[in-house]
Design a protein around this ligand. Structure first.
Ligand SMILES: *Cc1c(COP(=O)(O)O)cnc(C)c1O
Length: 393
């Protein structure tokens, strides 16, 4: 056995021992909150399709129409791949978030790398919530800056780290707006005030908030009553509530210009297919006008939480469509998720390193495409499989 084969075998054995092995399941078809996997129909409580747009016929039609003009961009934005569809989408996003400019990226992952690599270097400091998305951590590594991680949602601790990092170099504080595995909202007003006191740049990742929070779905920053002057840069992703794929940075004009000129994950990659930009543009317009879906989502969230409380199931504190049930142990979490799937419900079994050790959980996500009957059925199954008040032990 060669060295690399030995390495792979050791890693696989360790994954098995820790019940950390993950499985890819193939979706044959999706229709709203229904998915067909291995020939069986499941109600999807695992995805991020918060407004039910991923299989919306209006977007499917937009994609068909856009495809009539071809598929690929043919080059990166700065060479010859920037199309009218990209420019129109950037303008629509900037208008939606009430910011001067937007810049398209291939994905949210690339967007977070672009911001931190494009703005920070060795002498600089990046201050981050401990539970930020992995792409923000990876961006700080790529920037080779000093990374400080403060206890989750602790604005006072964040401020101490901002003060500590003062003197040499830039300071950038990055936070998820809505935390992807917990569902809670960052203390954005307190963080913005701390950044203002310490002359730091505040960057918010809106991946799970865009389309969901704020009066037109403009995200967590808008919902907190903040604007580009307090939060000069935001990440929008199209793969969650917008039901598409791709991402954009939205914010201050000088920041966007600098990133366009210097961010490697923007420069050295082919532009998003223009057809996909047209679809994302259609999704932006639908999401902006989805007040009824947002109201429905809030009603479904309230229904799940009150139902769970009546059954003695303590969901983690969250007011967003991400409603995790903490289990703790990996094997037990996977066993419950497997049993739920056998009963027709798809719920994510989230384990370390995605969450801290000992905090494996069922990540239940809601969509405007769910019905209250879907939620009642899930609650019945959860009660039978995970039990009531003692589920966490
Ligand atoms: C999903 C996600 C990303 C990555 O976005 P993609 O477009 O899927 O690459 C970034 N940040 C957060 C918080 C996310 O949840």
């Amino acid at each position: 056995m060669t060295d690399w084969q030995q390495r792979l075998r050791d890693a696989a054995q360790q994954r098995t021992a820790q019940v950390a092995q993950r499985t890819v399941r193939t979706v044959q078809r999706r229709d709203g909150a229904r998915v067909w996997v291995d020939g069986r129909e499941l109600i999807d409580f695992a995805g991020n399709d918060y407004l039910g747009l991923a299989s919306d016929p209006r977007l499917a039609r937009a994609l068909r129409d856009a495809a009539a003009h071809g598929v690929g961009a043919s080059a990166s934005h700065l060479v010859s791949g920037h199309h009218a569809a990209h420019a129109a989408l950037e303008q629509a996003l900037a208008r939606w978030l009430d910011a001067p400019r937007a810049l398209l990226l291939g994905s949210g992952y690339a967007g977070n790398l672009a911001v931190l690599q494009g703005l920070l270097g060795r002498a600089d400091h990046c201050i981050q919530d401990r539970l930020n998305h992995a792409s923000l951590i990876d961006g700080a590594r790529l920037a080779a800056c000093t990374l400080h991680r403060y206890p989750h949602a602790d604005a006072a601790a964040a401020e101490r780290q901002l003060a500590h990092g003062s003197g040499a170099g830039l300071r950038l504080l990055a936070s998820d707006g809505v935390f992807s595995m917990d569902g809670d909202v960052a203390p954005l007003a307190a963080l913005a005030a701390a950044c203002a006191r310490h002359d730091a740049l505040f960057y918010v990742d809106e991946a799970h908030a865009l389309g969901v929070l704020g009066s037109t779905g403009a995200g967590s920053v808008a919902a907190a009553g903040l604007s580009t002057s307090q939060v000069p840069l935001r990440l929008c992703t199209f793969g969650k509530a917008l039901g598409c794929y791709g991402a954009a940075l939205v914010g201050d004009g000088a920041l966007i210009e600098h990133l366009q000129q210097s961010a490697r994950p923007y420069i050295y990659t082919t532009a998003l297919p223009p057809a996909l930009a047209e679809v994302a543009h259609a999704a932006v317009l639908l999401a902006q006008n989805a007040d009824a879906e947002r109201a429905r989502l809030q009603a479904l969230i309230a229904h799940l939480r009150s139902g769970a409380a009546q059954l003695g199931m303590a969901l983690m504190p969250s007011s967003t469509p991400i409603q995790p049930l903490l289990i703790g142990d990996n094997a037990r979490t996977v066993a419950i998720a497997d049993a739920l799937r056998a009963h027709g419900f798809w719920v994510g079994a989230i384990r370390p390193p995605t969450v801290p050790p000992g905090q494996a959980r069922l990540r239940i996500t809601l969509s405007a495409a769910h019905s209250t009957a879907d939620i009642d059925a899930l609650l019945d199954a959860l009660l039978a499989l995970a039990g009531g008040t003692d589920h966490a032990h």
